[in-house]
Design a binder for this molecule. Structure first.
Ligand code: HSE
Length: 418
């Protein structure tokens, strides 16, 4: 029997256990040998759950069982999960994980260790939930020089941004909903502040460009500052607001960032809503390829884990290590001209002509929301926005102080995705 152990029976782990229990026959047919769940390691007692019969308290029990070939690590956080990955590989097991923190921080060492043991270290579920993207980048698109990746890589924030706009719901309400649905990380600041997406784009970029991208060097900005009025103004101008994790490989350097951006309606990423993720890759042979699906959640992520198990049972050893294992990527700041969305407030509407004089001829001036003082019948709070013509970050920095003399106070700047 191919015995499989699952360490961590939370949202993803319990999904993996369910899939292994339900698909036991199908898996066993494929490999003409019994393939199934043998152990579930968790600190909870699991009493009354379908996982109770498999419950163990000790990693040692799993590692010392010679029939257990695959250890699935679905524990969250970093240190314990990483420790389990290292110990399982050292003990001669294949390791499959959904834990992107571990992959982003220790990917090269774990890849090397697995290779030295003639075993597999697999992590399809660490990026994009149920979307196949690690394997396509590693293998299917290998003929290509990948020059760009643009992704919506965090299900929680996409769910929140979509819900805030569609339901006029508050940030906190949507975060609570995402948590209830099991999309959010244990510490949701990783989602909301962009760190989760930063780890994921670092993992994808390392594979795509052949140099290890340290996630700690990814310029990263989350969605806390994006207000309902930004969605409304962006929508009127024909844009959606998405948390975009993107990277570009040019001149041997990786230009990378995570930030909320205005995405033109009609762009392939503009209609990716709710918990769905999408990854758009650009290769010299394929051109654009789009990978789309549920980026978080129990079943979708479990599907990716089981896919890895199938692959490693087919090919229990690999002939090569990924290039990023031995090379660090050079990360640089993107200075290319881009359009920017700028939101400001003022006591009375700023004339469009003055904004065009400030930012340039092709400036798009957005609807200003005017709040009247109910007692005095005077304008008391105007929210306005512009979308600038393409300019460099330096040019933008030089122009923005010009809002003050027009009586406008800067509230938010977002880049427009080109
Ligand atoms: N918290 C993550 C997300 C889970 O919302 O995308 C999947 O990695």
């Amino acid at each position: 029997m191919y015995k499989i152990a699952v360490c961590g029976c939370g949202v993803v782990g319990s999904g993996v256990c369910d899939a292994l229990i339900h698909q036991r026959e199908k898996l066993s047919r494929r490999f003409a040998r019994e393939v199934g769940l043998a152990y579930v390691l968790d600190i909870r007692d699991l009493k009354g759950t379908p996982y109770e019969p498999y419950k163990t308290d000790s990693l040692e029990t799993i590692l010392s069982d010679p029939e257990t070939e695959v250890v699935v690590i679905t524990i969250g956080g970093l240190d314990l999960a990483a420790d389990y990955c290292f110990r399982a590989l050292k003990a001669g097991k294949h390791v499959v994980t959904s834990n992107k923190a571990v992959v982003a921080a220790h990917g090269p060492e774990l890849e090397r260790l697995a290779f030295s043991k003639n075993h597999r270290f697999m992590y399809e579920a660490s990026v994009g939930g149920g979307i196949p993207i690690i394997r396509p980048l590693n293998i299917c698109l290998y003929a290509n020089d990948i020059t760009e990746i643009q992704g919506i890589l965090n299900g929680t924030t996409n769910y929140m941004l979509t819900g805030m706009f569609r339901r006029h719901a508050s940030f906190d309400e949507m975060l609570a909903r995402a948590q209830r649905k099991g999309y959010a990380e244990a510490d949701p600041t990783a989602d909301v502040d962009g760190f989760d997406a930063a780890r994921k784009i670092a993992i994808l970029s390392s594979i795509a460009y052949g140099g290890f991208v340290d996630y700690r060097k990814v310029p990263c900005r989350g969605i806390r500052d994006v207000a309902l009025v930004d969605h409304e103004l962006a929508d009127k101008a024909g844009f959606a607001i998405k948390l975009i994790a993107g990277s570009r490989f040019e001149g041997g350097k990786v230009f990378i960032s995570v930030e909320p951006k205005l995405v033109p309606r009609g762009h392939l990423l503009s209609d990716v809503n709710s918990v769905y993720n999408a990854i758009l890759t650009k290769g010299n042979y394929t051109g654009d390829s789009l990978f789309y699906g549920q980026g978080a959640g129990k079943e979708a992520t479990a599907s990716a884990v089981v896919g890895d198990i199938v692959e490693l049972l087919e090919a229990p050893a690999v002939a090569s290590l990924p290039e990023f294992v031995d090379k660090e990527a050079e990360i640089a700041r993107d200075e290319r001209p881009a359009r920017y969305y700028i939101r400001f407030t003022s006591l009375r509407p700023v004339p469009a002509g003055a904004l065009i004089d400030l930012f340039g001829d092709d400036t798009l001036c957005l609807y200003s929301k005017v709040e009247k003082d109910p007692w005095e019948d005077i304008d008391v709070d105007v929210t306005g926005g512009v979308i600038t013509p393409a300019c460099t970050p330096e040019e933008l920095e030089a122009k923005v102080p010009g809002l003050n003399p027009l009586g406008a106070t800067l509230k938010l700047i977002l880049k427009v995705l080109d």
